[in-house]
Design a protein around this ligand. Sequence first.
Ligand code: ZN
Length: 295
Amino acid sequence: MLNRRKFGLLTLAGVAGMTAVPRLSRAAEKDTFSTLSDGHLELPASFLVPKPARSELAALGVDIGETLTPACNVTLLRSGDRLVLFDAGSGPNFMPTAGRLPASLDAAGIDPGDVTDVVFTHAHPDHIWGVVDDFDDPLFANATHHVASDEWDFWRSERALTELPEERHSFVAGARNRFGAIEDTVALFKPGDEPVPGVEAMAAFGHTPGHMAFIVHGAEPAMIVGDAISNEPISFLRPDLAWGADQDPDKGAETRMRLLDRAAGEGVKIVGFHLPNGGIGHVERKGTAYRFVSA
Ligand SMILES: [Zn+2]
């Protein structure tokens, strides 16, 4: 059983202790970030990794089994008087194993009404369905919701229905519904913009047409990669591999290699929404491959 106090709040800097859950004190804690657990997903491996790739992975000593159970890590950034979440989790209606963010916030002593900004990497169910509560009202009632304009345009377009297979049409309906719920508080941004001061948006297209990564500038810069780098060890060992969850697998692989090259080259921390142990770590280069080292 997941112990949220122990695993749900993984701090990078400054916040006292792993088990002590601090009350929010914005003035005292500047520019710290951590991740909060939204639970995990359960996905058939066949959906993510095509058969031919499985034997290539087996040759590298990776047996992915039949079911993948990726963690879901929502990043929490405290910066000045801002309390920022990156993505909002699944909410109650996607998978029984996910949607735990409200409980994790509660365990961390954070009132959803105190969140000032929610910044989205993309609009898949496990990242955006959690913006509403059980009554379909915005959960983060006082927050500005920052959505990349490419992502906003894609999910609202006819293209979304024609380009995605039938079994993904619920993703389209879900994204449109959540966008509708937060519409009055949406701020659109583009690559290169700072949706929140000190947080630079980077195009990381491929997983979805408007998927974004973010560089959090500061004394200890970090890269929030969302689902551009989503599986440990496969995304690191074989970043070039076509990944079934990526809407455009070639572009997804290109983005993954670019982000890994930069993270390893600059030595920045990365935070991955689906990476293990809270999702925070750094990237080591290993020949043409990489390795994720948890913080
Ligand atoms: Zn995801």
